[in-house]
Design a protein around this ligand. Structure first.
Ligand code: A2R
Length: 334
């Protein structure tokens, strides 16, 4: 299958390209925003076909679709941060809604009918009462952020194109995910990086955090991209799929867990109001049973393993020895 991945230079995009290339099943095309990202993706992946297009430019998107003529699209490109969406609501809509509209329109104009995975988010559900968690796909969508709203609008576009042009759009609502290479704008990556620096630079063991009183279903990004690959290739599908483990962890428990992996036993946790969001979803546990049933997907990584791999990645990135931390991890495992 000729597969186009938009947002290929991003966090999930990097993992997804790696997986698609390793599977050697598809001809992979990496959609990136500009020439700088094109260089980055080429450096990481060798002789991959990379196509630059800014999603907010309809002409560039049409050129990309005409050049690639994809049979499958995994549409990741987005303004992906909830926090940033409060600061830049218009830009979030321009990219996440306008960009998706340009993509779907370009597919129709080119006379194509690829399987299109439109990647949305469990943030679209908003604050769901605890007795209706894990959240199923039938739950009404009541987003609490401009980011969540933009992803709801993306779905409405998909419904229109399915209805009017019979496009094979599959909506994905992914729960929170993390893993190596994630930007420190996101909470688990931020905490891992803070703790890594405490160890590396012999700093005071004080972790600065936002709201800890929230529960999240956190999936490893490598399990998430495995779900996307399965959804891309599965036969006939429903129109919406959650991706999540079905298990929640309270963020209050996470600093201790990361500290134990990093070999820190006297961690002090300090809440910084600047790190708290204007509106936070209390509990987000995602029911992924439809995905399991239709594709056989199973998550493979435990949260502890994910954290270990994130710390290891930070060490590799900074070219320092990971032995000290690793030793502590081994001790911890025993
Ligand atoms: O903002 P940049 O330069 O890092 O590029 C991001 C790209 N992107 C765009 N590409 C083309 N035209 C645009 N106007 C445009 N705006 C943003 O999308 C970046 O390379 C990619 C998104 O990657 P991340 O921010 O790392 O997000 P992540 O975690 O990979 O999320 C993938 C998808 C998104 O749809 C999220 O909303 C969803 O999964 O959770």
């Amino acid at each position: 299958m000729r597969v186009l991945v938009t947002g290929a230079a991003g966090f999930v995009g990097g993992h997804l390209l790696q997986r698609l290339l390793a599977e050697q099943r598809d001809e992979v095309f990496a959609g990136v925003r500009n020439a700088a990202e094109e260089r980055l993706v080429r450096e990481r992946n060798g002789q991959l076909c990379v196509v630059p297009a800014d999603l907010t430019d309809a002409g560039q998107v049409a050129d990309m679709i005409r050049a690639v003529r994809p049979e499958g699209i995994i549409h990741l490109a987005a303004q992906s941060s909830v926090a940033q969406s409060f600061e830049e609501p218009e830009e979030t809509m321009r990219v996440n809604v306008g960009g998706t509209a340009h993509l779907l329109e370009a597919v129709v104009d080119a006379g194509l009918r690829p399987r299109i995975l439109l990647i949305g988010s469990a943030d679209q559900y908003g604050n769901v009462p605890k007795d209706r968690q894990p959240i199923s796909e039938q739950e009404p969508l009541v987003p609490q952020s401009p980011y969540g709203e933009s992803k709801v609008l993306q779905e409405q576009l998909a419904a229109k194109y399915r209805r009017e042009y019979d496009l094979d759009c599959v909506i994905v609502r992914a729960g929170p995910h993390t893993g190596p290479y994630q930007s420190e704008r996101f909470v688990i990556a931020d905490w891992c990086a803070q703790m890594f620096r405490m160890k590396e630079e012999y700093r005071e063991h004080t972790l600065s955090v936002g709201n800890l009183r929230v529960v999240r279903d956190i999936t490893d990004v490598r399990d998430v991209v495995s779900a996307y690959c399965k959804l891309l290739h599965a036969g006939r599908l429903c129109d919406v799929y959650n991706v999540g483990t079905g298990k929640g962890i309270c963020l209050e428990e996470v600093p201790k867990l990361i500290a134990s992996c990093a070999g820190i036993n006297d961690l002090r946790v300090v809440v910084d109001p600047k790190r708290c969001r204007p509106a936070d979803i209390e509990c987000l546990i995602v029911d992924g049973s439809r995905l399991r049933r239709d594709t056989g997907w199973e998550p493979k990584y435990t949260f502890r393993q994910t954290v270990w791999d994130m710390l290891e990645h930070l060490a590799l990135k900074r070219h320092v020895s990971y032995d000290k931390i690793k030793y502590q991890c081994e001790e911890d495992k025993r």
